[in-house]
Each structure stands twice: as C-alpha cells, then as structure tokens.
Write a protein that binds this ligand. Structure first.
Ligand code: BYC
Ligand code: FE
Ligand code: FE
Length: 481
C-alpha cells in the first residue's frame, strides 16, 4: 500500500496498516463505540443529523490530501494518519542528538512520553466540548460548517493520540485512552487537564479568538512534538499540523471579518470615535475596545498553556529528545544547549526584569516567545483591515505578565501595558481590560442564528472566498436532513 494513500476499506481508515496489526486494531475497535457515545453526548448539540459539507483526509500528500462532501458528523471517517516515514531521520536535539530516531518507546522515557501524549490528547476532545453549543447561534451556514470542520478534526486528533497510546503503551495506554473519554471540560470533579480547556466559549467572538490564539498554541506544541526523536509521534504531529492550519484560518478570518464589519458600519454611520461604544453597539456590531478585551482574555489564557517560564519538565523533555523547539532543525546552534542561556522575563524584587536563565530550563519561554511573534503577525493583518477603513484604532497584545494563572506572574497584578498595579487599581480597571458581564451580555444579544444560505449576522462580514471555492450562497449545511 502506498503510504500516501489511506485505506478506507476498513472500519477505521488508516495508513498504518492496521489490518495486519491485529492487537492494536482490536484495541481501537473496542474504544470506538465509547468514542461515538462521547461524540453523541458531547459533540455539536442539535446538528448530529445535519448534512455538513466537510473535508475528509484521503491521503497524507500535502498537495491534495482532502476531499469535500456532505457528511453527517457521526458518520465522519475519523482515521489514523501519519506523515510518511523519513528515510534516515536522526534525533535533532538533546542528549541523543544525531542518533537514529526511535520507532519504539525508549523504556527510560516511557512515563515522560506518555504524559506528553496524554496532555496533547486531552485538549482535543476538550475543545469539542467547549464548542458544542455554538451551532445554535452561528452567524451563517458558512461559519456553521467551519466550526463543525474544526470539531471533527479535533476528534480525529484525539484518535491520533489514542492510536499512539494503544500501540505503544500497552495496558496503561489503553487505560489512558479510556480516561480521555471520561474527563469533561469545566467539570468540577473530572476536569480537562489544562486551564484554558476548562473555560467557557460563550459566543462566536470567543470561538474565533480561541481558534486564533488557543489552536495556535496547538500549532506551536505540535511543531515541537513534530521534532520528537520518537518517530511515530513526530509523524502523527506532522500530519495534524496540515489540518491545524485551517483552524487558525477560521480564527483569523473570523475575527478579521468581525473587525471589518464594525469599521464599515462605523464609517457608514459617520462615527469617528471607536470608543463611542453605545452608538457603535446600536449598529448591531461589536465595538473595537470590546474586541480588544476578548483578545486580552484569550491571549493570556493561551499563554498559560506554555507552562512555567522556567521548567525542569521542559528541560528534561528536551534533553531526552522527546520535545524540541519550534523549527529545531533550522536553528543554528549545538541543539544540546548544555551551556547556553536564554533571556526570561521574571518578577524580581517587585520589578519585571529580563534575566538570563539556562536555555534548557527556558524551553517553554522560548516557545512562548515564538508564539507571541506568530500572534503579532496576525494582529498586524487585523490592524491593516482597520487602517484600510480609516478608523483610528490599533489592536495590541497585552504584556505577558497581564492576567496570568501559571508561571512567574501568577501572583502579581500587571496591567496590559506592563505596569505592576495594586489590587485596588486592578479591581477598578479590570472591566476596561477584560470582558465584563455587560460586554458578555451585549455580545450574547447579537448571537442570533442565521441559516439562510448566503446571509450573515449583522456583526460579521461575509468571507472573501468560499470553502472549496464554493459560491457565496452555497448551502454549506443542510440542517433539516
Ligand atoms: N494548566 O513545568 P511546568 C492543542 C502544570 S493545545 C494546568 O510549568 P511543563 C489544541 C503541569 O502539568 C496544545 N496545569 O510545565 C488547541 C505540571 O503539573 P505536574 C496541547 C498546568 O510541564 C485548541 C505543573 O503545572 N499540547 O493542541 O513544562 C484546540 C508544572 O508544569 C498548566 C501540549 O500542551 C496549565 N496551563 O509544560 C484543540 C503539549 N501548565 O505534572 C487542541 C504537551 C502547566 O507537575 N504538553 N501545568 O502535576 C506539554 O508539553 C507540557 O505539559 C505543557 C506544560 C507545555 C502543557
Ligand atoms: Fe487539535
Ligand atoms: Fe485545532
């Protein structure tokens, strides 16, 4: 079988020759019904019978891996897809730098590796749970299709991690796979593992911010796991990244279209001042200062996902060759980092200072810096949209010390501008910096479903091009199927 092509004759589509891997096939087949139960209970609410114009991966060839068709989501072909094995690949960093990659789990790193796979796996179903109610308020059929596309692919990402657990981690892998279906986002007793994945996604602006900021953490984490010396993890993540690009597209263009609509409505109404909130909201659009607050919230929740700035976990994973840096193979250094340093922002003696730390323990900080730069490029594109309409406003990333729950700044109050503030100032200005209840209520009041093909809610502009080049009035979701 050509590795690029996926075997769809089996119950579980795959390009890993599952048919001849009886034990793993059996484990996956016995996990499958529990997954479907989870999807029916926790997947998109109210749309399980709708026909959705979805892409399904049919190959892992970057030049044509997906095919589009109408599918009922529970019938989506969730498959196990790994990027092709690279001949002669060697471990690109850490203590084992230059040695051939591992095709099996090295015994000494088993626990560390399992933890990485479980954490990665846990985020995927969590995001589906967080987004399950959004279908009811989608601003268009185009957007409705997009959230469902993201959801089925996050479901597939769960499959990807479950395959690794069941193939390479024996009985405890099967146990972890079962538990991935038991935790629930936001549940007091059995929450998802990482903070941001227990937060609500109350409205579509949050959804678009989430796919911009939090899926982008996904991209960065997957990029560094794609460097892994454990080759099956690397290959899995490489293919996941192909899908991830669309999730961030949904976020960036979703926020971009929201911004565009706001600015156009302001111009049409002759409103110059972006902070004239009541007048702007009366137009049925979301004012830019509120968009900035949502951005502040989702960016900082996502910063927490990088862990502590200084982390021995991160150093150990790097040295072991399990998790590398962003674009590790393109970095010009010794890839061992035993003697290198990296500047880390810390809270020292009441001040925010840049301190040189051993580069190994600063691995999380470095990835987070790369993440921030990637986010900034997206903001620059959003600001161009604002500029073009002539509205005087600029979106900015808040200071990394602002509103943090993990790491150096978790016990300090820092303003978005990076000033350390006291509790009284924080409480006074908090509603200028983060979405308030009023802001949430206003946004909620705009969240009315629009289900007519080619029509869009008042607060968001239509996309410039359709999915799969479909025309503007294409019926992306046939709701009453
Ligand atoms: N929330 O040494 P530390 C995605 C815990 S998103 C709660 O600072 P480390 C997606 C930590 O577990 C990508 N707890 O951090 C996006 C540890 O606890 P234990 C997901 C947290 O380990 C959208 C302790 O604090 N993938 O794919 O260096 C939709 C000290 O940890 C948090 C990954 O994250 C937190 N935010 O780094 C769908 C990749 N942060 O073990 C999908 C795999 C830290 O001492 N994960 N803690 O009890 C990792 O590489 C690392 O585990 C982390 C943390 C980067 C998450
Ligand atoms: Fe994912
Ligand atoms: Fe994603």
């Amino acid at each position: 079988m050509d590795i690029q092509n996926v075997d769809y004759t089996t119950k579980i589509p795959n390009n890993v020759n599952l048919a001849e891997d009886r034990q793993v096939l059996r484990a996956l087949e016995s996990w499958h019904p529990g997954y479907i139960d989870w999807w029916m209970d926790m997947g998109p609410e109210g749309f399980q019978q709708a026909l959705v114009y979805l892409r399904t991966a049919v190959s892992v060839d970057p030049k044509g891996w997906a095919k589009f068709d109408y599918v009922k989501m529970p019938d989506y072909r969730w498959g196990i897809l790994l990027a092709p094995q690279e001949e002669g690949r060697t471990i690109p960093f850490g203590r084992h730098y230059g040695e051939p990659v591992w095709q099996d789990v090295p015994g000494e790193y088993r626990a560390m590796l399992r933890r990485l796979v479980v954490i990665q796996g846990d985020t995927e179903p969590a995001s589906v749970e967080q987004q399950r109610h959004l279908g009811k308020t989608a601003p268009s059929l185009y957007d409705l299709r997009n959230v469902f596309q993201v959801n089925v692919e996050e479901g597939r990402h769960l499959w990807a991690m479950v395959y690794l657990l069941q193939k390479y981690f024996g009985r405890d892998g099967r146990q972890e796979a079962a538990e991935l279906l038991q935790r629930r986002s936001g549940d007091a007793d059995k929450p998802r593992m990482l903070g941001a994945f227990n937060e609500a996604t109350p409205d579509w602006l949050s959804f678009h911010m989430f796919t911009f900021f939090t899926d982008r953490d996904g991209k960065m984490q997957l990029e560094s796991l794609a460097q892994s010396g454990f080759d099956p993890l690397s290959r899995t993540c490489r293919f996941m990244l192909t899908e991830e690009a669309h999730h961030m597209f949904v976020g960036e263009t979703g926020v971009g279209r929201t911004i565009q609509r706001t600015c156009e409505a302001m111009r049409a109404a002759g409103i110059e001042d972006p902070t004239d909130i009541d007048k702007i909201r009366a137009l049925g659009v979301i004012d830019l200062p509120t968009i900035q607050k949502k951005l502040n919230l989702h960016y900082t929740l996502s910063l927490d996902l990088f862990g502590s700035e200084v982390s021995t976990n991160a150093a150990n994973c790097f040295t072991a060759g399990l998790k590398g840096r962003f674009q590790e193979t393109k970095i010009d250094d010794d890839h061992r980092l035993e003697h290198a340093t990296y500047p880390v922002l810390k809270f020292v003696d009441g001040e925010i200072k840049r301190v040189d730390e051993p580069a190994l323990t600063a691995i999380n900080m470095r990835l987070r810096d790369d993440y921030t730069a990637d986010c900034q490029r997206g903001l620059d594109r959003w600001n161009k949209i604002i500029d073009k309409t002539g509205v005087a406003f600029k979106l900015e990333l808040p200071h990394v010390g602002f509103h943090r729950q993990i790491g150096e700044f978790k016990d300090v109050r820092v303003s978005p501008a990076g000033q350390i503030v006291d509790e009284a100032t924080w409480n006074r200005d908090r509603s200028q910096w983060l979405p308030s209840k009023d802001d949430g209520d206003f946004i909620a009041s705009l969240m009315k479903p629009v289900t007519e093909p080619g029509q869009f809610a008042s607060w968001i502009a239509p996309p410039r091009i359709g999915i799969d080049n479909k025309p503007g009035d294409f019926e992306y979701v046939k709701i009453a199927a």
